[in-house]
Design a protein around this ligand. Structure first.
Ligand code: ZN
Length: 567
């Protein structure tokens, strides 16, 4: 086995000359792009556990493919929809428009969820109507994806699907042409909206009727190997905070009964969620004609469970290690299914992640003696901020809250109408808040975005560039707040400080992700030079001979293209 592997490696790295001295024939044209994304997979985590993984999953990708050791997202807001949209489009959020999982809609006067679209309701999976506000479409995504390019090249004959436990992960990768399918905990089923299809296909209804989630009722997430074989320190102080008390802080983590309101969340927080998604992805492969002709097809599979585990238990926890070892089995089953149906020699496989994650603030403080901690979710409510802003603007402290539309980290949104009605200029108010935020313990800096847009902020650091690449004037706020490293504040649907870990910063622990291209004649190699996630979509386009997505600003990765063309 080792000999065969070594021989394959030698052949792969040898000169491009076949037996008899003639140039080797180019590898057959790819028929499928399989884009695998692992939610919250920081750049160091695969290597940490790779020697414990089987030969057919992550290790197959790393042992046979081209790996980039220094791939980073180059935008500031390292969240799920932002990272997925960047991987899909090759654009920065300033170009694709998806600046965060949630932003303040100034016209509507309320927060909006990224791909929410009341014009495209979910298709019901039972007699019960989908709940209000659950409609979804890619309308907010402002540029095409590589899946859109593949669909256009196929002139309607390309098969383009995207699946995930999360709606925003499935929708971003499907683009506008593909069919996005995602799991809802409420219906305990894979669903989609009427943007994508008029009615559920019979195979999807049949999959939902199998009751895969319900089959976990009464069971528990248990360790599959002896506890002392895991790398995570079991005597290490515990920072983990389970999704709910009954799930527990230690193995086994019981799922409870199917009628428990937290049942679905518990099953999806761990390898059972990965197995469920892989099973569904294989059902999609069986149902739709992937790789059956010379038209290139596209399938995105985005695994979400690693993110749920990371938020609750932290990226270095025993739970995170057990999750990644379990996910490896799900990836292996997916790769085997693709090999049997299309052939990995005719499939371009790419693996990356939407973002990384920090260690929990408590762990950063205890282990590395870092100054780390928590701030409240609304920085404008702090008395010292109100006093500072009132003093700077010469107004009463009681008048300060009226100037704010909302604080949704990392952005402060001003109520511009109220600001002007008070006889103030928005830029002056933004500067007053930025100065007040910057004085807080746990805040690295705060920038009035109008000053950033007008080029009035010096010097132009990489951090400032990341903030600018995330800036969309009608979606981003009036002030950007950069927390100090390992400082966090609760936001979004995550409630209170009782959460282990929150990502979303421009720091390396959040921006660093794996990037591996494999299959379809791509050679084995590790590349050390820094690359960016905006390079992924242009590389996929170049590998499959389709036009790069219109908003792409990245560069095709020569190491992948050269290896393929020289085989
Ligand atoms: Zn997350």
């Amino acid at each position: 086995m080792r000999r065969a592997l070594l021989l394959a490696t030698l052949l792969a790295s040898g000169p491009a000359v076949a037996k008899g001295g003639r140039a080797a024939a180019p590898p057959p044209a790819p028929r499928l792009v399989l884009q695998i994304t692992v939610d919250q997979l920081r750049g160091d985590l695969l290597a940490r556990y790779l020697d414990r993984m089987g030969p057919d999953g992550f290790r197959w990708l790393v042992d046979h493919g081209t790996s980039y050791a220094a791939c980073h997202h180059r935008h500031a807001n390292t969240e799920t929809v932002v990272g997925h949209s960047t991987l899909a489009t090759g654009a920065d959020p300033a170009g694709h428009g998806m600046i965060g999982n949630t932003w303040y809609d100034r016209d509507a006067g309320r927060l909006r969820y990224n791909f929410a679209d009341d014009d495209h309701p979910l298709l019901p999976v039972s007699d019960a109507a989908p709940k209000a506000g659950s409609g979804r479409s890619p309308a907010a995504l402002r540029v095409p994806t590589v899946a859109d390019s593949i669909a256009l090249a196929g002139q309607g004959a390309a098969v383009v699907y995207s699946v995930s436990l999360k709606d925003r992960a499935a929708i971003a990768m499907a683009g506008h042409a593909g069919t996005a399918l995602w799991f809802t905990k409420g219906a305990q089923a894979f669903v989609t909206s009427d943007f994508y299809v008029d009615a559920y296909p019979a195979w999807l209804t049949a999959w939902n009727a199998r009751g895969v989630l319900a089959s976990y009722a009464g069971k528990a997430w248990t360790l599959t190997h002896p506890r002392d074989t895991y790398r995570a320190r079991v005597d290490h102080p515990s920072w983990e905070v389970p999704p709910d008390a009954a799930f527990g802080r230690d193995f086994p983590h019981p799922f409870g009964t199917a009628d428990d309101p937290d049942f679905a969340e518990r099953v999806l927080t761990g390898p059972a969620g990965d197995a469920l998604l892989a099973d569904f992805a294989v059902a999609v492969l069986d149902a739709e004609p992937f790789g059956k002709d010379d038209v290139v097809d596209y399938l995105s599979v985005s695994f979400s469970s690693n993110d749920l585990v990371g938020h609750a238990f932290g990226p270095s926890s025993l739970e995170s290690e057990a999750e990644l070892l379990g996910l490896d089995g799900a990836v292996a089953s997916l790769l085997r299914a693709v090999d049997a149906r299309v052939g990995l020699d005719r499939t371009v496989v790419v693996l990356s992640a939407d973002h990384g994650a920090p260690e929990a603030p408590g762990e950063a403080a205890a282990v590395a003696h870092l100054d780390a901690g928590w701030l409240p979710s609304d920085l404008t409510a702090l008395p010292e901020v109100r006093a500072s802003v009132a003093d700077a603007l010469g107004i009463a402290q009681a008048a300060v809250p009226g100037l704010v539309a909302t604080y949704y980290h990392p952005y402060l949104y001003l109520d511009v109408v109220a600001v002007r009605a008070a006889g103030l200029e928005p830029v002056d108010v933004a500067r007053a808040f930025a100065a007040a935020f910057a004085h807080l313990h746990g805040v690295a800096t705060a920038l009035p975005l109008d000053d950033v847009r007008q080029g009035r902020v010096d010097p132009d650091t990489p951090m400032l560039a990341a903030i600018r690449r995330n800036d969309v004037p009608d979606r981003s706020g009036d002030v950007y707040v950069l927390l100090a490293p390992y400082w966090q504040l609760p936001h979004g649907g995550v409630g209170g400080q009782d959460v282990g870990v929150i990502h979303g910063s421009p720091y390396a622990y959040d921006t660093w992700v794996p990037l591996v291209f494999a299959g379809a004649g791509i050679g084995h190699r590790t590349v050390e030079r820094p690359v960016a996630t905006v390079d992924v979509a242009p590389t996929l386009a170049a590998l499959t001979g389709v036009v790069a997505p219109a908003g792409a600003v990245g560069t095709p990765l020569v190491e992948v293209l050269e290896r393929r063309s020289s085989r």
